[in-house]
Design a binder for this molecule. Structure first.
Ligand code: NDP
Length: 235
């Protein structure tokens, strides 16, 4: 694919920063989304290339509207910004936690996607990549070999909702030739996952999966859920 312009939300650290780094290293223009300009600027300077800071809090309508005004063209949107909830099953989780997690992981994706759609519709090869989680897979959760536990209910249900959005965006944007897919990055050592052991994966490895979905050919899949290595994940 030719040189593209991408936006990665929540890209000042973790998996998002690695996605931004790999897109920039491949010669693409990257808008590095960060709700905190100071943290975002540090990441932009570290990555180099044609990387541009875009201040963007996905839960703030004014921030989303201001960010759209600063972007002239967009080919690739990576909805990466995310927060975790508590370890509790649904009956023990408080509603405020559900609301906080859904605000970023679900409503934030809808706000950003809808705001940037007019730019994506003008792209020759538009792609949307939603950074989901295998823990949101109902197919995996209900399979016989999966441990039966409703733990981390707020986070996991938010990713299940993101998966549903991926399918519905893919179906409703097919006429616009926008390919929309979800990625399960796998367990990674990041601030979101402080319990990850040293043996757990490097965020840079997960980013390669996001790049594959961002660079799909025009006849590539849409409405699919892939692991970082390209293996299909059940919804
Ligand atoms: P990090 O906590 O390292 O990074 C999360 C990023 O999202 C940060 O840049 C953070 O910004 C940003 N963010 C949070 N809230 C907002 C907001 N309202 N607006 C804009 N940016 C925001 O986590 P990861 O890199 O691990 O997570 C990235 C994605 O990968 C998430 O969607 C997560 O659910 C998913 N994922 C991660 C896994 C893992 O094992 N790490 C496994 C499966 C999925 P700030 O620095 O300001 O807080």
């Amino acid at each position: 694919m030719d040189k593209s312009t991408a936006l990665v939300t929540g890209a000042n650290k973790g998996i998002g920063k690695e996605i931004a780094r790999q897109l920039a290293a491949a010669g693409h223009t990257v808008y590095l989304g960060s709700r905190d300009p100071r943290r975002g600027r540090a990441a932009v300077e570290e990555i180099g290339g044609d990387t541009r800071l875009l201040q963007l809090d996905v839960t703030d309508a004014a921030s989303v509207a201001a960010a759209v005004e600063r972007v002239a063209a967009l080919d690739i949107l990576v909805n990466n910004a995310g927060v975790s909830g508590g370890p509790r099953p649904p009956q023990e989780e408080d509603l405020d936690t559900f609301r906080r997690v859904f605000e970023t992981n679900v409503f934030g994706v809808v706000a950003v996607t809808n705001a940037f759609l007019p730019l994506l519709r003008r792209s020759a090869h538009p792609r949307i990549v939603n950074i989901s989680s295998g823990t949101g897979s109902l197919g995996s959760s209900t399979s016989p070999q999966y441990p039966k536990s409703g733990a981390y209910a707020s986070y996991r249900t938010s990713k299940t909702a993101l998966n549903a959005l991926t399918v519905f965006y893919a179906q409703s944007l097919a006429a616009d030739d926008i390919l929309v897919n979800a990625l399960a990055p796998g367990l990674r050592r990041t601030d979101l996952n402080p319990g990850a052991r040293a043996a757990d994966g490097d965020p840079a490895e997960a980013a390669t999966g996001a790049l594959r979905l961002a660079m799909l050919p025009d006849d590539g899949p849409s409405g699919e859920f892939h692991s970082w290595d390209g293996t299909p994940v059940p919804w």
